[in-house]
Write a protein that binds this ligand. Structure first.
Ligand SMILES: *Cc1c(COP(=O)(O)O)cnc(C)c1O
Length: 396
């Protein structure tokens, strides 16, 4: 008779014993873990025994996901799973800096990362400079004695320019400054950041790695074990550990990541060429195309894996933009990326709406500018949808 059958205790015994094990990682929603004795708990906290204690401090589903991303990125220590990509950015920007420090960011970083650089770090006494990550001399000129880190993305959103990662990495090494790479867009399937000089790698797992738009999680890992620990401690203290269920879903999504990425990328290359041939399309931006301004750099860094994002511009105003979004039958008009379904976004009404007109113009952001995150649709069918949508918008 189990203790619980006596009806005296609330918590039942653990799962029935099984000599075989489940094929799928069990979901562990437990917030607390019971140890046998105070001695055992002491040994756990001292690190002499491994074992979970309280899920904000870590739990099995997070560690399973972290290990999987670690393996893809070649991270030397167990990475930290955070409740969102921005929580990973926050762990780096607030967990590794102090008042008086200076931080350099790429001027095309993700919008919220830019906001943290522009608003939050200065409020806390941390100076920031934003520079073009394609211009290594601009980065060099921004470095100060108190510069602590440089944070960049490999491919910019939504203009798909390619950063001079090798130049910046050499500069960071020379200056003794940490190089932080947000690898969300490129993913380790296209770009292994640690292999290219990154000291810290960040991901929004929300996007391509989970891939189904039903998980919000982030990841951060550092090459240096002491910095890796500081990131974990900050994330635990800030309370931004990812939830077990999100981690469980992310693990499931990541099982098919390689296949999804290959497929979406091959279709993106097809779609880019198809768009370039459509009447009404003024320009197509895809790093794999020879007419891309950074094609040579993309080729060297991404080794033929140019990712699933395509941007393009049509001739037309807001009415034409509305017609294109409406005309893209079966696709979601939504400001995200990396979903199994193709999504279309319009930076002027979403990510870049807060910029001034001259800033928008400087980035080439017009009413006719769209960004496409290519998903898993049949390539011919997808090209046909865009033919119809562009025709609807441009009156062809
Ligand atoms: C989405 C995104 C983030 C933020 O991730 P969340 O999971 O939405 O918090 C950070 N960086 C890049 C490049 C992103 O695309």
């Amino acid at each position: 008779m189990s203790r619980n059958e006596k009806g005296t205790l609330v918590r039942p015994d653990p799962l029935p014993a099984s000599a075989s094990r489940p094929v799928v990682t069990p979901l562990s929603p437990a917030v607390v873990y019971a140890s046998d004795t105070p001695d055992m708990l002491d040994a756990q906290y001292d690190g002499d025994l491994s074992g979970y204690t309280y899920s904000r401090e870590g739990h099995p589903n997070a560690d399973v996901v972290a290990a999987r991303v670690d393996e893809m990125e070649g991270a030397p220590h167990l990475g930290v799973i955070t409740s969102s990509g921005m929580a990973a950015v926050t762990a780096v920007l607030l967990g590794l800096t102090q008042a008086g420090d200076h931080v350099i960011g790429g001027n095309t970083l993700y919008g919220r990362s830019l906001r943290m650089m522009n608003e939050d770090l200065p409020r806390l006494g941390i100076a920031t400079s934003l520079v073009d990550p394609g211009d290594v001399e601009a980065v060099r000129a921004a470095i100060r004695p108190e510069t602590r880190l440089i944070m960049v993305e490999v491919v910019s959103n939504p203009t798909l320019r390619v950063a001079d990662i090798l130049g910046i990495a050499a500069l960071a090494r020379e200056a003794g400054v940490l190089l932080v790479i947000d690898n969300t867009f490129t993913t380790p399937a296209s770009f292994r950041a640690f292999d290219h000089g990154a000291d810290i790698v960040i991901h929004s797992l929300t996007k391509l790695l989970s891939g189904h738009s039903d998980v919000m999680l982030g990841y951060v890992a550092a090459k240096d074990p002491e910095i890796n620990d500081r990131l974990r401690v900050f994330s635990v203290t800030a309370g931004t550990t990812g939830s077990p269920f999100d981690c469980w879903l992310a693990e499931r999504g990541m099982l098919s990541f390689g296949l999804r990425f290959d497929r979406a990328q091959a279709t993106a290359a097809r779609l880019a060429d198809h768009l370039a041939g459509l009447k009404g399309v003024k320009r197509v931006i895809y790093p794999g195309r020879h007419d891309h301004p950074d094609h040579a750099r993309a080729e060297a860094l991404l080794k033929g894996r140019y990712c699933n994002m395509v941007s393009f511009e049509i001739d037309g105003d807001r009415a034409a933009a509305n017609a294109l979004a409406r005309g893209a039958q079966g696709l979601s008009f939504a400001p995200t990326l990396g979903d199994v379904g193709t999504t279309i976004s319009h930076p002027l009404s979403s990510s870049h709406r807060a910029l001034s007109a001259p800033e928008q113009a400087a980035l080439g952001m017009t009413e006719g500018f769209f960004r496409v995150s290519v998903g898993l649709e049949d390539a011919d069918a997808l090209c046909a949808v865009f033919s119809d949508a562009v025709a609807a918008a441009c009156g062809a």
